[in-house]
Design a protein. Structure first.
Length: 365
């Protein structure tokens, strides 16, 4: 029904009454913008349902008579509306607002080379406050990196932007890049991850560092990287499989050995440990822990309901056996999302201190 580039992210509704299919699509190239389209059962009369403004997500009512729509932009929180498809009547249900006095600078969207010179990947950069192109700045990289889950969604609200803004006020460049595996516009590239998680993701983040080091305003010796969940796994994978690239890293709630994560996710990409023993060994952070050279902060909740904190413990045990230093922040009885105002305040305060102590040329006292 929908030939051409782009991936169908979600099938939203099928209406027998209007003989149309409604779906969420990601474009075939460029910064990712989710858009809602519909097409008739015969594949004709395909059209976008709303003007190209912000990234969109939607839930349809039965028989596709009404649409619950969420729209957002990079510096404004989501707006939730209901639309009657017949008559085009709109109702605003909720409108997210930033705290008074908080003005967020939008990121600069980029297309940079991946490890495959024929393919470019999406990236974004936040410049420090009062940016001076003749200075050299430390860089904090963020990643998620998991298959089919891009961190960069152009024109979409991302709550991390508030933390990114804080880092830029402290004198850091903040940089994010989606590897080929995380992209939503190429099943061919996503398939490269099969039977070996981590390898392609690392290659593209390394390519991103190569690109960064060519910028005259980047201090190539002071680049850190962090991530949460799969991003935590990738942080440890990168620091232990290519230890000379990054100066420091933070891994929050990381998977460290895929045998210890849920099988419905892991075996989708890795097969079973019995059929793919080499892939499981090569994808393990625990097996490569002795190669760690960068400064490392590990963060975990002891009540993690997604990535059991056994993952963090077994990585620590491997570090101890290898006599490798690390820092550890534990949140007792907290889950994978590390929820709670005080918890998040402690988390980001600790992360800020870590970056200042490991990446700034003259750490603050």
């Amino acid at each position: 029904l929908t030939p051409g580039p782009g991936n169908i992210a979600h099938l939203l509704a099928v209406s027998v009454r209007t003989k149309r299919v409604y779906y969420l699509i990601s474009p075939g190239s460029g910064p990712r913008i989710n858009r809602i389209e519909s097409v008739s059962f015969d594949g004709r009369n395909r059209h976008r349902m709303f003007p190209a403004r912000d990234s969109e997500n939607a839930v349809f009512s039965p028989h596709a008579r009404y649409l619950l729509l969420t729209q957002s932009g990079p510096t404004h929180p989501p707006v939730l509306t209901i639309h009657a498809l017949k008559g085009r009547t709109d109702w605003v249900l909720a409108r997210g607002r930033l705290p008074a006095g908080l003005n967020l600078a939008p990121p600069h969207f980029l297309r940079i080379p991946s490890a495959d010179p024929q393919i470019r990947i999406n990236a974004e950069m936040f410049y420090p406050e009062h940016f001076n192109p003749h200075r050299r700045y430390p860089v904090v990289m963020y990643q998620y990196g998991g298959p089919d889950v891009p961190a960069l969604i152009s024109r979409t609200w991302n709550p991390w932007i508030v933390y990114d803004e804080r880092l830029t006020c402290e004198g850091f460049i903040v940089f994010e890049a989606d590897n080929r595996v995380a992209s939503t516009y190429s099943h061919t590239q996503q398939a490269l991850v099969k039977y070996h998680l981590g390898r392609i993701e690392l290659a593209d983040q390394r390519a991103a560092v190569t690109w960064l080091r060519k910028r005259p305003y980047v201090d190539g010796r002071r680049i850190g990287i962090w991530g949460w969940s799969y991003g935590g796994y990738m942080t440890l994978y990168e620091l232990t499989h290519d230890p000379a690239v990054w100066h420091a890293g933070i891994a929050v709630a990381p998977v460290t050995r895929w045998q210890d994560y849920d099988s419905i996710y892991t075996e989708r990409y890795m097969g079973t440990p019995e059929t793919n023993p080499h892939g499981y060994q090569a994808s393990s952070d625990v097996r490569s822990a002795a190669r760690l050279r960068a400064h490392l902060l590990l963060v975990a909740g002891t009540g993690d309901d997604n990535v059991h904190w056994q993952n963090t413990l077994q990585f620590i045990q491997a570090l101890i056996r290898a006599d490798r230093p690390y820092r550890l922040l534990i949140f007792p009885n907290n889950t994978h999302v590390l929820s709670g105002h005080r918890t998040r305040l402690e988390l980001f305060r600790t992360m800020n201190r870590f970056w200042e102590e490991t990446l700034l040329p003259h750490p603050r006292s």
